[in-house]
Ligand binder design. Structure first.
Ligand code: HEC
Ligand code: HEC
Ligand code: HEC
Ligand code: HEC
Ligand code: HEC
Ligand code: HEC
Ligand code: HEC
Length: 411
C-alpha cells in the first residue's frame, strides 16, 4: 500500500481528502439509491393507472347532464350527420344488458383455459342471466355480465355491477371470429390475481364509462349511470348542445330574425366547429390517445401502438412534415363508421398529397393498395384476435420484404 502511494506520489493528506470525497460520493450514491427505491415504491415511476387516475376526471356532478340535449334532438336539423352517426360505432359503444335478456354469445360450447393458474373459464345463460364461470379444481366462482363495452366491430368486454362496485370480467367475446378469449390486458399473469377479473371502484370504472360516453355524472363513491348520457354522442365532440338549440329556436321567434340565426347558432355552440388539424387531433386524441396525454403512451411497445391511432399517427413523416395539415379527419369522416368504407377509398387521401410532381409518390411505383403496405393491420397481443391498422405511416413498417407474397392481406 505504502509503496503504491509513493509511486503515485500521493500524500497522506491527499489520501484523506480522497477517502472523504469517496465517502461523500458513496453516501450520496447510497442516499440517491434509497431515494430512488422510495420513489419507486411510492409509484412515482409507475405508468399512470389508466383507470385509477383518469377515472375521477370523467365524473361530473349530478345535474351537469341538463346542458346536454341528446343525439335525437339534433336529428331534425342535421339529418345527414345524424344518419351517418347513428350507424357508427360511436353511437353504440356501451350498453346495459336489459334485465332478463339472455345474450346469444353466452353459449356453453366454448371454454378458455388459463394453464398458468389452472383455471378454466366458461360461459352460461339462463334465468335471464349471462354469466362467466371460473373453475379451479373442484371450486367454481361466477359473476354476471351487466354492461357491455364495445360496439362489436372488434370486441365485447363485460362489466358486472354489485351496488357501486364493478368488475371487468376476465374473458371477452370477439364477434369477428365468434370466439371467447381473454380480455385485453387481462390474460394469464396480467391484471390482479382475481380469477373472475379485476374489481373496479366507481372511480376506476369511471374511466371506462367516461371515455365511452358523452357525459358521466355521479360522485367518486357512486356513478349515476341512469342520468349519464352513455355512448360517444354528437355532444362528445361538439360540446353540450342546449344553448345552441335554444338559440336557434329562440333566434327565429324572439328577435324575429333568421338572418343572423346562423351566426347566433354557431356562436352558441359550446365547442365551435374545429377546422384546424392540431385541434382535431386533440379532440380525437382525448379518447384515441395522444402522446401529450401521458408519458405512459410514449413508451408503448410496437404492438400496442396499433391500438392508439393518435400516438401512432404523430410519429409519421406525413404528420410531422405537413405543418398541421394532416389530422384524423383528413381520412375519416368523424360521423361515419370505417366499416362502411372500402380500404381503397382511403387511397385518394394518400394521393391527395403523394402525387407527382409536387409530392413524392411511392418509391416502388405502386399506384394502389397503399393501406395494405403502409398501414397494415396488426394483432395487438399474441393469441387475442384483436387487430388494428397501424397509424404510424412508414416506408417499410415491418422491414417488409419486396416479395408481394409476403405483403399482408387486406382485411
Ligand atoms: C332547431 C334546429 C337545430 C338543432 C336542434 C340543432 N342545430 Fe346545429 N345548427 C343549426 C343551425 C341553423 C346552424 C347554423 C347553420 C349551419 O351551419 O347549418 C347550426 C350549426 C351547427 C354546427 C356548426 C356547423 C358549421 O358548419 O359551422 C354544428 C357543429 C351543429 N350545429 C351541431 C349541432 C348538434 C351537435 C346538435 C344537437 C346537440 C344541434 N346542432 C342541434 C340548427 C340546429
Ligand atoms: C369521447 C371519446 C371519443 C372521442 C372524443 C372520439 N372517439 Fe372515436 N371512438 C371512441 C370509442 C369508445 C370507440 C370504439 C367504438 C366501438 O366500440 O367499436 C371509437 C371508435 C372510432 C372509430 C372506429 C370506427 C369503426 O368503424 O370501427 C373511428 C374511425 C373513430 N372512433 C374516429 C374518431 C375521430 C376521427 C374522432 C375525432 C373527430 C373521434 N373518434 C373522437 C371514443 C371517442
Ligand atoms: C382514454 C379513453 C378510454 C378509456 C379510459 C377506455 N376506453 Fe375502451 N376504447 C376507447 C377507444 C378510443 C376505443 C376504440 C379503439 C379502436 O377501435 O381503435 C375503445 C374500444 C373499446 C372496446 C372495443 C374493442 C376495441 O379495442 O376496439 C372495448 C371492449 C373497450 N374499449 C372497453 C373498455 C373498458 C372495459 C374500459 C375500462 C377498463 C375502457 N374501454 C376504457 C377509449 C377508452
Ligand atoms: C367523433 C366526434 C364527432 C361526433 C360524435 C359528431 N361530430 Fe359533427 N363534426 C365533428 C368534426 C370534427 C366536424 C368538423 C368537420 C370538418 O371540419 O370537416 C364536425 C362537423 C359537423 C357539422 C358541420 C358539417 C359541415 O359540413 O360543416 C355538423 C352540422 C355536425 N358535425 C353535427 C353533428 C351531429 C348532429 C352529430 C350527432 C348526430 C355529430 N355531429 C357527431 C365531430 C363529431
Ligand atoms: C396531408 C398530406 C399527406 C397525406 C394525406 C399523406 N401523406 Fe404521406 N407524407 C406526407 C409528407 C409531407 C411526407 C414527407 C415527405 C418527404 O419526406 O419528402 C410524407 C411521407 C410519407 C412516407 C415516407 C415516410 C418516411 O418515413 O420516410 C410514406 C411511406 C407515406 N408518406 C405514405 C402515405 C400513405 C400510404 C398515405 C395514405 C394512407 C399518406 N402518406 C398520406 C404527407 C401526406
Ligand atoms: C392517412 C389516413 C388516416 C389518418 C390521418 C387517420 N386514419 Fe384512422 N384509419 C385509416 C385507415 C385506412 C383505417 C382502416 C379502415 C378500414 O379498415 O376500413 C383506419 C382505421 C381507424 C380506426 C378503426 C380501428 C383500426 O385501426 O382498424 C380508428 C379507431 C381510427 N382509424 C382512428 C383514427 C384517429 C383517432 C385518427 C387521428 C389521430 C386517425 N384514425 C387518423 C386511415 C387514417
Ligand atoms: C407492395 C407494397 C406497397 C404498396 C402497395 C405501396 N407502397 Fe409505398 N412503399 C413501399 C415500400 C417497400 C417503400 C420503401 C421503398 C424504399 O425505401 O426503397 C415505399 C415507399 C413509399 C414512399 C416514400 C417515397 C420516398 O421517396 O421516400 C411513399 C410516399 C409511398 N411509398 C407512398 C405510397 C402510396 C401513396 C401508395 C398507394 C398509392 C403506396 N405507397 C403503395 C411499399 C408499398
Amino acid at each position: 500500500m505504502k509503496h503504491l502511494l509513493e509511486e503515485f506520489n500521493i500524500t497522506k493528506q491527499r489520501l484523506k481528502q480522497l477517502l472523504l470525497r469517496n465517502k461523500l460520493v458513496a453516501s450520496t450514491i447510497t442516499l440517491l439509491t434509497l431515494l430512488l427505491v422510495a420513489l419507486y415504491w411510492s409509484g412515482v415511476f409507475d405508468a399512470p393507472d389508466p383507470q385509477g387516475q383518469v377515472g375521477a376526471g370523467w365524473i361530473k356532478p349530478v345535474g351537469s347532464e341538463v346542458a346536454y340535449v341528446g343525439n335525437a334532438t339534433c336529428q331534425p336539423c342535421h339529418p345527414h350527420e345524424f344518419q351517418l352517426y347513428n350507424a357508427s360505432p360511436h353511437s353504440r359503444t356501451v350498453q346495459m344488458i336489459p334485465v332478463g335478456q339472455e345474450r346469444p354469445e353466452f353459449v356453453a360450447a366454448q371454454t378458455v383455459r388459463d394453464d398458468r393458474n389452472g383455471i378454466l373459464y366458461s360461459v352460461r345463460k339462463g334465468a335471464g342471466q349471462n354469466q362467466i364461470v371460473a373453475t379451479t379444481g373442484a371450486t367454481s366462482e361466477t359473476d354476471t355480465a351487466r354492461w357491455i363495452f364495445g360496439s362489436g366491430n372488434h370486441a365485447w368486454t363485460y362489466l358486472s355491477q354489485h351496488g357501486p362496485q364493478f368488475r371487468q370480467l376476465k374473458i371477452t367475446y370477439y364477434p369477428p371470429s365468434r370466439t371467447w378469449n381473454f380480455t385485453p390486458g387481462s390474460g394469464p399473469g396480467e391484471g390482479t390475481a382475481e380469477a373472475l377479473g379485476d374489481a373496479y371502484t366507481p372511480v376506476q370504472a369511471a374511466a371506462c364509462f367516461g371515455c365511452h360516453s358523452t357525459v358521466l355524472t355521479g360522485t367518486r363513491k357512486s356513478l349515476d349511470l341512469e342520468h349519464s348520457r352513455l355512448n360517444v354522442g354528437c355532444e362528445s365532440c361538439h360540446g353540450p348542445g342546449r344553448s345552441h338549440v335554444e338559440s336557434v329556436q329562440g333566434g327565429a321567434t324572439a328577435n324575429g330574425t333568421t338572418a343572423n340565426g346562423s351566426q347566433a347558432a354557431e356562436a352558441a355552440l359550446v365547442t365551435p366547429p374545429l377546422h384546424n388539424g392540431p385541434q382535431i387531433m386533440q379532440l380525437c386524441g382525448l379518447c384515441h390517445r395522444m402522446p401529450v396525454a401521458s408519458g405512459h403512451e410514449n413508451a408503448l411497445g410496437e404492438t400496442l401502438l396499433a391500438r392508439f391511432p393518435g400516438v401512432a399517427l404523430v410519429r409519421s413523416r406525413c404528420f410531422t412534415a405537413s405543418a398541421g395539415k394532416l389530422s384524423c379527419i383528413t381520412c375519416h369522416n368523424p360521423h361515419e363508421s370505417t366499416k362502411e368504407q372500402q380500404l381503397s377509398s382511403f387511397e385518394a387521401k394518400c394521393l391527395s398529397c403523394h402525387t407527382a410532381p409536387h409530392g413524392k409518390p411511392c418509391a416502388r411505383g405502386e399506384t394502389t393498395n397503399c393501406i395494405t403496405c403502409h398501414m397494415p393491420e396488426e394483432a395487438i397481443a399474441r393469441k387475442i384476435p384483436l387487430r388494428f391498422h397501424n397509424h404510424w405511416i412508414r416506408k417499410n413498417p415491418f422491414g417488409m420484404s419486396q416479395n408481394p407474397a409476403d405483403i399482408p392481406h387486406n382485411s
